[in-house]
Design a protein around this ligand. Structure first.
Ligand SMILES: Cc1ncc(COP(=O)(O)O)c(C=O)c1O
Length: 401
């Protein structure tokens, strides 16, 4: 039928957080103060000099198309950042500047995945990875991990998931939603397994600046420097520089793949917004002390959130190495009464928290980890303490069925 939708959408999940966001918006519209632990964006403003750079760009007449893959100054800055943070020095021809890191991942999906392909993704995973794979008619292969193993894929489980159909592997370190990050030795062991395959390796390092307790982020591009013809790094300014709405991300890919990404992007979005590209140059080349300040604040907030969650009877929460999420096992709340019925899954938990504690958080099922709930601590310590107190009150006064 001509008015039907493309079949590729049939397998794709709409974001499950939409219903929760809608309910949170309803509560807010009624004047209720909802604790926003669901959002994946820093509450900080970008550094003032970044905003100033955007203003200067506007005043200076930056209003035209740029090259599809980005302005030379930004591509240079991306290369310099990579050299400094990864010890991996790509050339500007390998860089594709995109409308956010999500767009970089989508470009890669369009350039690489076909029906019949498998893409290996450790679970819990960021929601968009499997959905983008499915949109291209390929099959995501989720590899379960355990909290005991730090939500990290083991080399054994990884080896079992690889097959001749594996087109790519997507790693995210530090991870959304768990905050877990692979230590160098752990990553090295996974890369040894991967090298035996002929799949692409896509590494999402968007949270690499946000690691705590002196954790050392070591990039796969450094460890597997002998296999750079199959490695793609995804990164951006959204998280490190609190620039989510500016929509600037990038991929660093081997040159032939970067050329294919240029073609994909050239027939879809063309360039990322010119003004935001100039702002991103300032972010990457300016003083980095604000990143350090934000990181230090996230580290403090992490402690408040994780300790707070652990103080709620029955709730377990691993101390994450990075990002700004706490991923808590909430199965002990099953059985609590919600709308006359016992809570039976993580979605019920999340809705219970929203209705009775006015805390918005994301159920783990969305990330391939039923039983867990993701709490973002990208909000002030005061708000974190307030939300935790509200959760405790709601749980303590709830009836068990
Ligand atoms: C793991 C991960 N990758 C990519 C993105 C997308 O970033 P951007 O806002 O730059 O598109 C996010 C955003 O939440 C994320 O958590």
């Amino acid at each position: 039928m001509s008015t039907s939708f493309a079949r590729r959408l049939e397998a794709v999940q709409p974001s499950v957080t939409l219903a929760m966001n809608a309910r949170a918006a309803e509560l807010r519209a009624k004047g209720i103060d909802v604790y926003a632990f669901g959002v994946g964006e820093p509450d900080f403003e970008p550094p003032a000099f970044v905003i100033e750079a955007a203003r200067k760009a506007l005043d200076g007449g930056v209003s035209k198309y740029t090259a599809v893959t980005g302005i030379p100054a930004l591509k240079q800055a991306v290369c310099a950042r990579s050299a400094a943070m990864r010890g991996f020095s790509p050339t500007p021809a390998q860089v594709t500047v995109t409308c956010g890191a999500k767009h970089a991942l989508f470009n890669l999906a369009l350039a690489l995945y076909e029906p019949g392909d498998e893409v290996v993704i450790p679970a819990p995973y960021w929601v968009s990875y499997p959905e983008q794979v499915k949109m291209c008619g390929a099959t995501p292969i989720a590899v379960p991990t355990t909290e005991e193993a730090g939500f990290k894929m083991t080399p054994e489980a990884f080896a079992k998931a690889l097959s001749p159909k594996t087109k790519a592997v997507i790693l995210c370190t530090p991870s959304n939603p768990t905050g877990s990050a692979y230590a160098e030795a752990e990553l090295r062991a996974l890369l040894e397994v991967w090298k035996k395959s002929d799949a692409w390796l896509i590494v999402d390092e968007i949270y690499a600046d946000l690691v705590y307790d002196g954790f050392a982020h070591v990039s796969a591009a450094k460890i597997a420097s002998d296999a750079l013809d199959r490695i793609v790094i995804v990164d951006g300014v959204s998280k490190s520089y609190a620039m989510t709405g500016w929509r600037i991300g990038w991929s660093i890919a081997p040159a032939p793949l970067a050329k294919a990404l240029d073609t994909v992007q050239g027939q879809s979005t063309t360039n990322a917004t010119a003004i935001a590209q100039h702002a991103a140059v300032a972010a990457l080349t300016g003083p980095q002390d604000e990143v350090a300040k934000m990181r230090a604040m996230f580290e403090k907030r992490r402690g408040v959130m994780v300790e707070g969650l652990r103080s709620i009877p029955g709730v377990r929460c691993r101390m994450p190495e990075g990002a700004f999420y706490a991923f808590a096992d909430c199965r002990s709340l099953y059985g609590i009464e919600y709308k006359g019925k016992p809570i039976a899954n993580d979605e019920d938990v999340a809705f219970f928290l929203l209705e009775h504690a006015h805390v918005a958080a994301v159920p783990g099922g969305a990330f391939g980890a039923p039983g867990y709930v993701r709490f973002s601590y990208a909000t002030s310590e005061e708000r974190i303490r307030g939300g935790i107190d509200a959760i405790r009150r709601a749980v303590e006064s709830a009836k068990r069925l």
